[in-house]
Write a protein that binds this ligand. Structure first.
Ligand SMILES: [Zn+2]
Length: 408
């Protein structure tokens, strides 16, 4: 049993409680969070973890949507328009995959850990990132992704997905959670979705899908028109969309660990239905800025749990969630900045845990997993300023713990 002390503890509970001169007693799980002086008396045998006087302790960050397989992208892909980007992905995909290797993957995972993330929702399209994810000290919800809309390919694609899922299941552990993903309503055959979600229901695993990301996607799904027409003709010889947005969502009924990524173009009816499904929305603001001209309207998400993701380096310039938090502060400029900062810390802690089905994470509270990060801020005099200042000034964490074990 250990006791770590900090000038400030941000519990990230519903009330956003902050403890000044606090302490956290932990082994693999958190035993108690309270004032330091009380804990020293109550747990005299606990091993003391020394920290600096300006320390701030908070839950490890949760990046609920990332694609590690695209980390070799550096200035290759084209931005400013979703279809221009998609076309460049199709053109350079193989070349980017060829450059990917375990060494670069583990370097990126180390960077992710040093920048404060302790849990990831990693979308894997091919399984090339499996070995590095299994070897990582981070908690990883590993989403084997299904993709493909050609009817004659459904059986083959399903067999491939099942094989990847089975392969990842062999490594399931207290830090590695095999899961399933559906790429998006425009890129998958509804029969394939149905079969994949059948497995998800049997296994009760986490499920995620991209949804209503671009205007072009919405126009295609609703009217089989717009920029996607030439894309589908060129790559798939397809002239009609296979499903409407609402019908796509209806396929996910009854899944308990469910999230949809982006949703920038989702209408009122779709958002209402996402709420009814008790699904979360993974918000990736920097990716949205690079690929779209729109941003997600947070005010429309009343009653829907929102989490934060970096997406992959195919649509971002760093995999640091603190970078994503900083960007979010500036892009959502319609909200009071201090309130937004608190909301954003909730997005990247407890809401991230909900999106990924990691019920025991995302909050500093007795009984939860001892996943936390230690940062430092030396100028704070009012606790009301903490959320904003910690986002503005944290590039790298001082240390990071997962299940009570120091990983950074
Ligand atoms: Zn994505």
């Amino acid at each position: 049993m250990k006791l770590i002390l900090a000038k400030w503890i941000l519990t990230c509970d519903d009330e956003f409680s902050i403890i000044e001169d606090g302490g956290l007693v932990f082994s693999e799980q958190i035993i108690e969070v309270a004032k330091a002086e009380d804990l020293k008396l109550k747990y005299p045998g606990a091993e003391l973890v020394q920290t600096k006087p300006d320390s701030v302790l908070l839950p490890g960050l949760i990046n609920s949507h990332i694609h590690l397989e695209f980390l070799e992208n550096n200035s290759k892909l084209r931005y400013g328009d979703f279809l221009r980007w998609l076309d460049s992905v199709m053109t350079h995909r193989e070349e980017l995959m060829e450059k990917l290797n375990d060494e670069n993957l583990s370097k990126s995972l180390d960077f992710i850990a040093k920048t404060g993330t302790t849990s990831l929702g990693a979308i894997s399209s091919y399984g090339f990132d499996l070995k590095a994810c299994v070897a990582s000290a981070l908690n990883i919800v590993y989403f084997n992704e299904a993709l493909g809309s050609k009817p004659e390919m459904v059986d083959t694609l399903f067999a491939d997905l099942k094989a990847r899922f089975e392969n990842s299941r062999a490594f399931a552990s207290s830090r590695f959670f095999p899961a399933l993903a559906i790429h998006s309503p425009y890129s998958i055959h509804p029969i394939l979705t149905k079969e994949v979600l059948k497995i998800a229901r049997e296994e009760n695993c986490a499920v995620s899908a991209h949804f209503c990301e671009s205007e072009a996607e919405l126009e295609w799904l609703e009217k089989s028109k717009g920029g996607f027409v030439s894309f589908f003709k060129k790559f798939l010889n397809q002239s009609k969309a296979l499903i409407k947005p609402k019908e796509f969502l209806e396929q996910f009924k009854g899944l308990s660990k469910l999230s949809f990524t982006h949703c920038v173009q989702a209408g009122k009816e779709e958002l209402e239905y996402i709420k009814e499904l008790n699904a979360s929305i993974n918000h990736c603001p920097r990716s949205n800025r690079l690929l779209l001209s729109n941003k997600l309207n947070l005010a429309k998400l009343e009653g829907i749990d929102t989490s934060l993701g970096t997406d992959g380096l195919s649509s971002n310039f760093s995999l640091s969630l603190f970078d994503e938090l900083r960007y979010s502060l500036f892009v959502h400029d319609e909200q009071d900045i201090n309130t937004l900062a608190k909301d954003l810390l909730h997005f990247s802690t407890k809401n991230g845990a909900k999106a990924l089905g990691l019920d025991n994470k995302g909050e500093l509270k007795a009984g939860k997993d001892a996943d936390f990060i230690l940062c430092s801020l030396n100028g704070i005099s009012k606790k009301e300023d903490l959320a904003l200042q910690i986002i503005l000034h944290t590039k790298f964490v001082k240390s990071s713990y997962i299940l009570g074990e120091k990983i950074v």
